[in-house]
Design a protein around this ligand. Structure first.
Ligand code: ATP
Length: 259
């Protein structure tokens, strides 16, 4: 469903992606991990047509992301890393705006809007301007708008940001159900416990290149670690970082005690 071949991207002298190649089949919940600055958001931005790659190619559902950008956009939904919401609108107005961009008819927009409002506990707030909404409420609206047009591929960049425990359960269940229906879920996150439970496959990106690719069980076996957190740390952490943190904390504690 997603095919990426040799994609590179630099911002000036910063190399964000150094020749990324990945094949992601339909129905997979694909976990995309990496330290801060590894290139995860850059990948999502390229695949969703927000920025062009410097070189390489990528296809979604067989459509080239550059040459057939519109066909790609019809088939994808995106929950970006940080809010993309017109807060002066109500959820109902925002979903109508998003739905019309995807050429959904009014009836479908209203019906799906109601269904998502019900699911996310927003039924009583659907006609209220979002500038008074909490972070988690806005995130619920963003997730619903990414799914409103029933896309084949969903890109989720830290989708659980700001959500309470109940909403987290709902979103996780939603993701599992979507995958069972054959949708592909591209899931970027730093919350490793969730990735470990949710994702069929995990890629760990480090400095723009793939450091590991496999099921959580196979990555644990390969690195002889018992948790995804330990796998991640083995593959991406500077071995001296933990000692440096301890030394700095002790130094700060020592300075506080001085008069
Ligand atoms: P995080 O986990 O912190 O969200 P990430 O894995 O999503 O990080 P990216 O946001 O893709 O990483 O960034 C990859 C690299 O590209 C980083 O070094 C970042 O500073 C750089 N970068 C990203 N966007 C820009 C930009 N618009 N201009 C300059 N540099 C950028």
């Amino acid at each position: 469903m997603i095919s990426i071949v040799g994609v590179t991207k630099s911002y000036g002298s910063i190399k964000a992606l150094g020749g990324l190649t990945l094949e992601i089949p339909s129905g997979q919940i694909f976990g995309y991990l990496g330290p801060n600055g590894a290139g995860k958001t850059t990948t999502v931005k390229i695949l969703s047509g927000m920025i062009p790659p410097d070189s390489g190619t990528a296809r979604i559902a067989g459509f080239d992301i550059t040459r057939h950008a519109l066909e790609v956009k019809k088939r994808i939904g995106v929950v970006p890393e940080s809010g993309a919401l017109y807060e002066s609108l109500t959820p109902a107005e925002y979903w109508e705006f998003a739905g019309r961009l995807y050429h959904l008819d009014q009836q479908t927009i209203s019906r799906r809007g109601q269904e998502f409002a019900e699911l996310f506990g927003l039924k009583d707030r659907i006609a209220e301007r979002m500038n008074g909404f909490s972070k988690g409420m806005k995130q619920r609206v963003v997730i619903a708008s990414a799914l409103l047009h029933n896309p084949d591929v969903v890109f989720l960049d830290e989708p659980l940001n700001g959500l309470d425990a109940n909403a987290v359960l709902i979103v996780k269940e939603l993701i599992r159900s979507l995958a069972k229906k054959g949708k592909t879920v591209f899931y970027c996150s730093h919350i490793l416990e969730v990735v470990e439970k949710l994702c069929d496959r995990v890629v760990i990106l480090d400095s723009g290149v793939v450091a590991a690719d496999g099921s959580v069980a196979s990555l644990k076996r390969m690195t002889r670690r018992t948790s995804l957190e330990a796998v991640f740390s083995k593959l991406t952490q500077d071995p001296e970082a933990k000692d440096a943190a301890r030394v700095l904390a002790e130094k700060l504690a020592g300075e506080k005690q001085k008069p």
